[in-house]
Write a protein that binds this ligand. Structure first.
Ligand code: S3P
Length: 170
């Protein structure tokens, strides 16, 4: 059974949606950032600060190789830049979760833990840089996606149901 790989920009809700999908299916989930934090025994923020982005991207490629070889039938939520790993399609069916940048940004701001959510994301420190990154990535996200889900104005539960329903029809 193929994996379901959730890609999309920081803060779009990949992890929450993966957790909601677990509740509605017999599938389990893992998150590529969690795997990296666990093998490194430190936070993404600390890895970026100490080793730099390229070191982190190397770890993402290593996780992708492992996923391709060893993991099946799993919902995989990913970091916002994971879509760049080579042969991503071999990891599973790629589902892009997307919303306009302002929607994503406003949702994070409205979250009770907003400060923490920005703090843990080194590439979301500066709103203008984050917006430029979103604009640069969007066409690339769309290019690798097998399915695109617009997450604006929908609850996590609605999105999880939509992915499961569309998955059954494929
Ligand atoms: C990144 C997104 C983050 C994390 C790292 C880099 C990115 O994950 O992997 O900070 O390049 O977009 P989230 O998308 O879960 O925030």
């Amino acid at each position: 059974m193929k994996n379901i790989v959730l890609i999309g920009f920081m803060g779009v809700g990949k992890g929450s949606i993966a957790r909601a999908m677990v509740k509605k299916t017999a599938m389990m989930a893992l998150d590529t950032d969690d795997v990296i934090e666990s093998i490194e025994n430190r936070s993404i923020k600390a890895i970026f600060a100490t080793e730099g982005e390229e070191y982190f991207r190397n770890l993402e490629r290593k996780v992708a190789r492992w996923l391709k070889k060893k993991v099946t039938g799993t919902i995989i939520s990913t970091g916002g830049g994971f879509y760049k790993v080579p042969a991503l399609k071999k990891v599973g069916t790629i589902i892009l979760l997307n919303a306009p940048f302002d929607t994503i940004y406003e949702r994070i701001v409205a979250h009770p833990d907003a400060a923490k959510k920005f703090k843990k994301r080194p590439l979301f420190k500066d709103i203008d840089k984050a917006r430029a990154l979103y604009e640069e990535r969007l066409p690339q996200y769309l290019k690798v996606a097998d399915m695109v889900i617009d997450v604006s104005d929908k609850t996590v539960d609605m999105i999880a149901k939509e992915i499961i329903k569309k998955g059954k029809k494929r």
